[in-house]
Design a protein around this ligand. Sequence first.
Ligand SMILES: [Zn+2]
Length: 290
Amino acid sequence: MNLNTKQFFKKAEDGGYAIPQLNVSSADQMKAVAKVALELKSPFIFGTSEGEGKFLGLRQAIALAEVYEKETGIASILNADHTKSLEKVREYLDAGYNSIHIDGSLLPYEENLEITKKAVDMARKVNENISVEGELGQIGGPGSSKILTEAVEIKEENLTSPKQALEFVEATGIDRLGVSIGNMHGISNITKPKLDFERLSELHEILKEKCVLVLHGGSGIPDDDIKKAVELGIRKININTELRLAFAGALKKALEAGETTPYKFIAPAQDATQKTTQEKIEICGSKNKI
Ligand SMILES: [Zn+2]
């Protein structure tokens, strides 16, 4: 796989669009995502969380990403989503991932800075053009991509401070920064995410020459708000919960109808995945960017 993943984000910054990260945990989902990206000529990122990567197998994920790259002619970016330790970063790099997200956002600031800098150094040793993402500020929600029946409190003190972000980016040398601007992981039936656009503009103004901005928790944010966030400088949007809901919903329906042939009950789940992927590509503005 292409190891110069920095260039994709540079292009997105120059072109004013975002690249969607679609989280996957099976070959069925990867196939569906790659098919839509090809149809819409959109750059895209396969994301695997620690749990998703473990289930799929890191080398299996690489092998599949390579197959889709060959088949579609679209470069595969495979991102290690929310990696929490340097041991895990090592595992992902050794397996061949070409994009890393080190998440020290729950650690005290100094420790976050230290682990992030070390992760950047590790990636640079493999290839200096591998794109590395850090995270600063605490994103709301439980840290997993699911439907929440409780309210989520988003505290002002957990939002990313532009001043601290500049220091963090300069000290660590990251290429991307996951920001907390009112976004949350998962979808709550009670709390609707309200993005702080003023803060986002300020972050973009300060950081646009140094790194690109990432919006986690892209599921559950109204389309118009996502579009506005892209206009104001978000260059990567992570989508997980909505893909899970689409896949699981269609699968459940097919199984309840009594279907027992795997390729017949998985096909509608892939169709639903494709539909969601298509919608996200449209609102990211990444269509026809290849
Ligand atoms: Zn996330």
